[in-house]
Ligand binder design. Structure first.
Ligand code: CA
Length: 368
């Protein structure tokens, strides 16, 4: 009798083993996912394009790390190949490539699509807007993320926050800025809404890619330029092309980075892979912001120690004047575009309600 029992167990084990082997060899039926009948054995090979140059510190490292982490977490089931700007599609066509399904994912910042979706700028950064903490509080908890995705819905694109640049620097100037009148006629490379504000303040905003900045500033084609912060500015050698390094970056108090996903391809992912992507995006966001803070603080020390570099604050009355011109600029943009108005109102309402808390905490701690 004990032998019979042993035989039965052995037979059952053999059948189970055979069934497992057949499934592993792909001879069995596709494995069903309990949450929607999606094949969980399938390998999804995706492409991700970014708006950043190859080897661009932090911003291009982040999507590469994101893809690598997802490969490990999904046991190779979601395999994302990352392409820097220009490798597969030009940097400024990332949104279209994702929207049209030419690639599944993109990494960039929403203000690059201002020509197509002006309201997208609020999901990147706006002059005198919120820093990373406030922006992400609005996105994750204050309805911002829902608004962002409503905005991109007609384009078949899903957006997720994936990091933040931190407060940027005001830029490199070859003359001192002492009053708002010093901005009049100033030829400065400054894109987006910041450029519109400078224009309204009497300056001359110029659009120019990062690769052209050093030469343009050094030769005097432009009088000033903003770029990012100490880490990236030092890499471009901007300290050798201008003397005055102004702060703060009133025009970019913290550019939020975005992960773009083609909606149809997202819908084809099993629920567990979707969750892996969401959690990896959040983790990459934390890594990106902390990496920016770390490297910028070290690069600032290096820059401050250099001869011919003067790190200076914009005078308070210049900042106050720019803040007032910013309000006029945003109101005027909102009049032109109902979507811009709708997002602006949500952003502003949150910013106004967040400000008292910010004043009582971060700001109150700032004593010398
Ligand atoms: Ca910038």
């Amino acid at each position: 009798m004990p032998n019979n029992i042993v035989m039965t167990i052995t037979q059952r084990s053999a059948y189970t083993l055979l069934a497992l082997l057949l499934a592993a060899c792909g001879n069995g039926a596709p494995q069903e996912d309990r949450r929607g009948g999606i094949d969980t054995g399938k390998i999804h090979r995706w492409k991700m394009v970014t708006t950043w140059p190859a080897n661009f510190p932090v911003f291009q490292e982040a999507p590469e790390m994101f893809a690598k982490n997802i490969r490990v977490m999904s046991n190779g089931r979601l395999d994302i190949t990352v392409f820097a700007g220009g490798e597969l599609v030009p940097a400024l066509q990332v949104f279209d490539a994702v929207s049209q399904g030419a690639v599944e994912m993109g990494h960039g910042s929403a203000y690059y699509w201002a020509g197509k979706v002006p309201a997208a700028q609020f999901f990147s950064t706006v002059p005198f807007g919120m820093e990373q903490k406030g922006v992400e509080a609005w996105l994750y908890h204050g309805g911002g993320l829902e608004l962002w995705n409503e905005l991109y819905e007609p384009f078949n694109v899903i957006a997720l926050p994936v990091g933040n640049s931190g407060v940027q620097m005001g830029g490199w100037f070859n003359k001192k800025i002492e009053t708002i009148d010093d901005l009049k006629g100033l030829r400065m490379r400054i894109p987006g809404l910041g450029g519109k504000v400078l224009d309204r303040a009497g300056g001359n905003p110029i659009l120019m890619s990062g690769g052209e900045l050093y030469t343009a500033l050094e030769r005097g084609t432009i009088d000033a330029t903003e770029w990012v912060g100490p880490l990236h500015d030092l890499r471009l050698g901007l300290n050798r092309a201008a003397t005055y390094y102004y702060y703060p970056g009133w025009h970019e108090p913290g550019a939020e980075l975005e992960l773009l996903i083609n909606r149809a391809r997202w819908d084809s992912l099993p629920a567990d892979l979707q969750q892996i992507v969401k959690q990896a995006a959040a983790a990459t966001g934390a890594w990106t912001f902390s990496a920016m803070e770390y490297h910028n603080s070290r690069a600032l020390k290096e820059l401050s120690g250099k001869k011919n570099v003067q790190v200076l604050p914009f005078p308070q009355d210049v900042l106050q004047a720019l803040r007032s011109v910013t309000r006029q600029t945003l109101e005027s943009e909102a009049e032109k575009d109902p979507e811009f108005k709708r997002v602006y109102e949500s952003y502003l309402a949150f910013q106004d309600s967040y400000q008292p808390w910010h004043r009582l905490t971060s700001k109150a701690l700032e004593t010398e």
